[in-house]
Design a binder for this molecule. Structure first.
Ligand SMILES: O=C(O)CCC(=O)C(=O)O
Length: 282
């Protein structure tokens, strides 16, 4: 069955850099994901689990670390990444079929820190073009349990230079300054909704302040279809039929923007930088 494409998505994509496809996954599918990833976390060898630095014993994230690239060892994650509904929506909105780069699963249990604002393209380094994400809510999410936050319109900004993050609130250590004319907004979602967002869009999340609600999400990351290079960490890039695409390793380097105040308005000054060889996810 063909997926229904909302004619407004393309405009939202161009204007805001994101849109939400509501109820794209059913309750049965969501229930199965919850059970599956709980089981995977309980049974995976410790050595096979992704460990972000700075997460000590006793941190809620020590018991529930995020999963990185689960599609490389888990059939269900791979099937999610290659799901025809995601393909049809992205292809309709972008006008071309993207390639598949990465999966992640976040448990974000009660009390867990969030992930500071960032732009994914800094890490994926897709050239030419950019990356994009399909972020499936596996729980209802809102400000209290640390829903995703986005800065509408920030996909039109260049990559910005990262600065230190508040590690009381974020398990990652860097963040992005937000231009004063722009606003950080919560994306409140129901389990089963999918948020699609552009690789330059500034996004992140605050801690889960609830006592009893997880904020799980299953995420696919993609590269626009004319990509010829991506950071080494994301190789191999796959087509939606599961075959590998031959692309180069992105050389890194380039420039990032620093925000300066120009009589109450933000001016972005580009500075040369060397983007690091990417050995870890965003
Ligand atoms: O789910 C989150 O809190 C952050 C996810 C994220 O940054 C991403 O998928 O790129």
């Amino acid at each position: 069955m063909m997926t229904t494409i909302d004619p407004g998505w393309r405009n939202q994509w161009e204007q805001d850099g994101f849109f939400v496809a509501q109820g794209l996954f059913s309750w049965e599918e969501i229930g199965a994901y919850r059970e599956h990833f709980e089981h995977l976390n309980a049974t995976l060898d410790d050595g096979a689990k992704w460990r972000d630095s700075g997460i000590e014993a006793g941190d809620p994230l020590a018991q529930y670390p995020r999963m990185v690239h689960p599609h490389r060892f888990d059939e269900r994650s791979r099937a999610f990444m290659l799901d025809p509904r995601l393909r049809e929506i992205m292809t309709a909105v972008l006008g071309e079929e993207p390639y598949c780069a990465q999966t992640m699963f976040y448990f974000k249990p009660p009390g867990a820190r969030g992930q500071a604002l960032h732009q994914d393209q800094i890490y994926l380094q897709v050239h030419p073009g950019t990356c994009l994400a399909a972020w499936l809510a596996v729980d209802d999410c809102d400000a209290a349990n640390g829903c995703l936050q986005v800065v509408p319109g920030s996909h039109r900004l260049p990559l910005l230079c990262e600065i230190p993050a508040d590690t009381e609130r974020s398990f990652t250590r860097t963040t992005i300054p937000v231009p004063q004319e722009m606003e950080v907004v919560d994306v409140v979602m129901k389990a089963g909704d999918v948020l699609f967002f552009h690789g330059n869009l500034i996004h992140g999340s605050e801690p889960n302040t609830t006592d009893d609600r997880f904020r799980r999400s299953l995420i696919g990351h993609y590269a626009t279809g004319r990509a010829e290079a991506i950071a080494r960490f994301y190789h191999p890039l796959l087509r939606f039929d599961g075959t590998a695409v031959q692309v180069e390793v992105s050389p890194g380097g380039g420039a990032c923007g620093v925000l300066e105040d120009d009589h109450g308005r933000t001016r972005i000054v580009m500075v040369a930088t060397r983007l690091p060889e990417v050995t870890a996810p965003h």
